[in-house]
Design a protein around this ligand. Structure first.
Ligand SMILES: Cc1cc2nc3c(=O)[nH]c(=O)nc-3n(C[C@H](O)[C@H](O)[C@H](O)COP(=O)(O)OP(=O)(O)OC[C@H]3O[C@@H](n4cnc5c(N)ncnc54)[C@H](O)[C@@H]3O)c2cc1C
Length: 362
């Protein structure tokens, strides 16, 4: 393979560039802002879909592959860059139990450990937790990754090896005779043999010129961060569609909202209040803990959260890896490997059909 351009330097673009490098390709990555500062920075970094039994099977397939790949990836990035992305097996505690039978059956059929725990054990394992349902679900093997560090490490590992063209927006795809030949950016034209679009929430905007953009739209998510001490929260805890994530240094994140507000990446006082209330309901001691930060990110929303991975129909040399919605961190490593498999005509790691551009998403 010759020169490949990657458009978008979020986690999907960074990992796709890494795969291309490992395959011996020449890569250039173009990012309109700074790499790893959009959704991939804002995300919580849970290495699992939120209520995993609700995820479409094709998302589960990417998540399961990535869950197996993450330990080696995190170690490699740490060794290469000195930046530890803090992959941590905190375990996922789910306080809703109305779907108990469904969740257990899903765990059984997908080889994922799910245990039912009683309120006594719940109290032992999360002593500061407010709600005390008679039962909860624990997925002890679920991990989290510290998103800003993951993107920083991925960037650092690439920066000596490929051109990273930041602060350069791709304005137009150059297509000649049904073949992608390059892009026009805010700084001029760049020619290439292959282009992979990893532009997250902006993907459809970029592909509008081709007349048939994928169904990807921005979905805002807001989070708050508490400057807490280690030990207050021990697991990732999921309750009422809200989750709390404890980092190794004690900080805890509470997320997140789901808002269809276009490309506005602003935070709102209402969301902050709502997230704060959810946090102190879950862990009342957080009342005494300062909020350190509050931010918003734009998820690349797609129907059923199924990403578009593979060739763009009708244009040779053009590929997509975008639309990962709420699961781009957990599905990122598999998505990057899969798009490469398809570009190189290798045996794909999973059945690629559900992610194809022309497949109807429910
Ligand atoms: C609050 C929140 C919580 C989340 N929690 C989780 C979680 O716990 N687990 C999980 O798996 N996922 C989570 N996600 C989702 C996850 O963050 C995304 O699915 C993932 O980051 C998408 O990665 P990406 O690289 O496609 O997009 P991005 O990180 O947004 O990267 C796309 C990049 O493309 C660039 N770009 C766009 N257009 C152009 C252009 N024309 N020219 C040049 N560059 C361009 C952008 O500047 C951007 O840097 C969360 C998201 C949010 C917002």
């Amino acid at each position: 393979m010759n020169e490949t351009l990657i458009i978008g330097g979020g986690i999907i673009g960074l990992l796709t560039a890494r795969e291309l490098l490992h395959a011996g390709s020449t890569v250039t990555l173009i990012e309109m802002g700074e790499t790893g500062r959009e959704s991939s920075w804002a995300g919580g970094g849970i290495v699992s879909p939120l209520y995993p039994w609700r995820a479409p099977d094709c998302v589960t397939a990417l998540a399961a592959w990535s869950q197996r790949a993450y330990p080696a990836l995190a170690t490699a990035l740490h060794d290469e860059t000195g930046i530890d992305p803090e992959l941590t097996s905190s375990g996922l505690l789910i306080l809703e139990t109305e779907a108990l039978t469904e969740a257990l059956a899903w765990g059984e059929s997908h080889g994922q450990r799910i245990e039912v725990i009683d309120s006594v054990y719940l109290h032992e394992t999360e002593p500061e937790l407010g709600p005390r349902p008679p039962h909860a679900l624990l997925m002890p093997e679920i991990a989290q990754i510290r998103t800003p560090r993951l993107a920083k490490a991925a960037r650092r590992s690439l920066e000596q090896r490929i051109p990273l063209r930041e602060q350069e927006e791709v304005l137009e795809l150059l297509v000649e005779g049904g073949r992608a030949v390059g892009v026009r950016t805010s700084k001029g034209a760049i020619h290439a043999d292959r282009i992979v679009i990893c532009a997250g929430a902006w993907t459809a905007k970029l592909l509008e010129q081709l007349g048939n953009p994928p169904d990807i739209e921005p979905v805002r998510g807001q989070m708050i961060l508490f400057y807490a001490k280690p030990g207050l929260v021990n697991h990732i805890v999921l309750f009422n569609e809200r989750y709390i994530i404890p980092r190794r240094d004690g900080r805890v994140l509470l997320g997140s909202t789901l808002e269809h507000t276009g490309f506005a990446k602003t935070t709102t006082a209402e969301a902050k209040e709502e997230l704060y209330r959810a946090a102190i309901e879950l862990f009342p001691l957080l009342r005494r803990t300062p909020i350190e930060d509050h931010w918003a990110g734009l998820r690349p929303g797609s129907p059923s959260g199924i990403p578009y991975i593979g060739a763009y129909p009708g244009i040779e040399g053009l590929f997509l890896n975008a639309g990962h919605f709420r699961n781009g961190l957990v599905t990122g490593p598999a998505s990057a490997r899969l798009v490469l498999d398809l570009m190189l005509n290798r045996e794909p790691i999973v059945d690629p059909v559900p992610y194809a551009m022309n497949v109807e998403r429910a």
